[in-house]
Ligand binder design. Sequence first.
Ligand SMILES: Nc1ncnc2c1ncn2[C@@H]1O[C@H](COP(=O)(O)OP(=O)(O)OP(=O)(O)O)[C@@H](O)[C@H]1O
Length: 518
Amino acid sequence: MTAPARLEVKDLRKSYGSVVVLKGVDLAVEAGQVLAFLGANGAGKSTLLNCVSGAQDADTGDILVESASLRGLNPRQVQDQGVAIIYQHFQVFEGLSVAENIFLGHEIRRGGRVDRRAQNRQAQELLDRLGVEDIDPRADLGSLGVGERKVVEIARALRLKPKFLILDEPTASLSDKEAKALHEVIRQAVARDGIGVIYVTHFLDEIHKIADQVTILRDGRILWTRPVGEVSIADMTDAISPDALMTGLDKTPFQADGAEMLQIEDLTTDFVGPINVALHPGEVLGIYGLMGAGRTELLECLSGAAPQSGGRLQIGGTLRRFRTPREAQDQGVALVASDRKEQSLFSSFSAVENLLVPHMGRSPMPRMLRNFNSEGLAFERAARRLNIQPPNPRMQGQRFSGGNAQKIMVSRWLIEGAEIKLLLLDEPTQGVDIGARHELYEALAEVKRKGTTIIVASSDATEICLLADKVMVLGRGQQVALIDNPHDEELLIELAHKAEHGTQQDVPVGEKEMGAMQ
Ligand SMILES: Nc1ncnc2c1ncn2[C@@H]1O[C@H](COP(=O)(O)OP(=O)(O)OP(=O)(O)O)[C@@H](O)[C@H]1O
């Protein structure tokens, strides 16, 4: 019997200038196996994946597929050697059909023209092979949910018959139900085609569902590799973030006190609404819905980044209609966008500039920031609070790992003197490691105690139930339900899926939701 194919990383080292990121990494995955590759933000996971995929070259060491070295190859050549990578950011396109996306760059041609029929047929075969029944190869990608889009990316990668597939946080913006379906697709690829998978995630509760082995990368070195059956979530948490204090959040039912801070009445944007909700100081509204349900557009509208087409928005009893984010900020409304590296991080600014930029040139500036010398102190506090790594105020924004960039973005509004009345957060823990996630929850609890109203949108129902005093479920831009003291994750998931895929009449509205519905 021949030994299964192996992808091996041997003593890999990589530095950026004087920053040593990979300090001699050894790793191996076999065909037919799923290896979960875990580590804190900044541990070096993306750097390692980039070296394997040919996006970057390591300094020393080797990467072998069945004894052939991948070092020095470009991404296309690495692909030709049987290694495919799927990044967290989607690389499929609306306006093209599913089949066109699958064959993008490798179109099937007949007589010089793209043979759409053949592409549709082969795309169908690929999807069938993955056990996917409800994606039509001819459908426009724009009509697909986010989980289905990931499946299309996987189908595209598998079309080239790779031996190994690397998945970087594939479930990051998926609901639990979509994640489950994606796991099934991955399992099919592993079982039927004997693919070996490296699976990067920050969601530890999916490890036991999908992986065979777990490897922990800590600070550029492999800490351990173990069979999944021999490790608990606590073992993994401890290995990833040994210093994190995982105390439970104190969640007492919210007691409204005094006047409402925020009143939204029949608010609409191009796609969303009408939205109706009122919130008190210190109250947290969770917005749950699938990607594309309108969560981001609603938050953008409230923060002045997207136009409001109708309805009323009152803050502190005063009617407002923001035309720019700056206008909203001047009234104490701030947004942490979901795609921070694209939308909010200034790549050439230093970390401290990125932290303080929204407060610069504002009048009045938060008191402690007027003194230039205290900038360093503000950064130091933020870095300590959310464990920003490296805690270097002068490092350029673009050099931070994804999770650490997110921590800087959130910290903008947590700094002393920021005086935010309404804090809007879109997927605040996406890409954030397990330790920092708890630190972030604690920081939000503190902001809440100080009386800031918070609206948090998330595709993680557990997170919503943990943080929110009230939850609004959105589907196709519509407010489907408003529920007080949410604790039933399954109900949220069910409501969101029904609203997105079924008809409005299908949405089950229990007594509780009915009472809360506006
Ligand atoms: N161009 C660069 N210059 C200097 N340092 C860099 C550069 N790119 C990455 N780094 C540093 O390398 C370290 C590892 O980053 P990497 O992105 O590999 O981490 P990661 O484990 O993928 O983190 P995350 O979970 O947050 O995505 C980080 O400390 C980061 O700041």
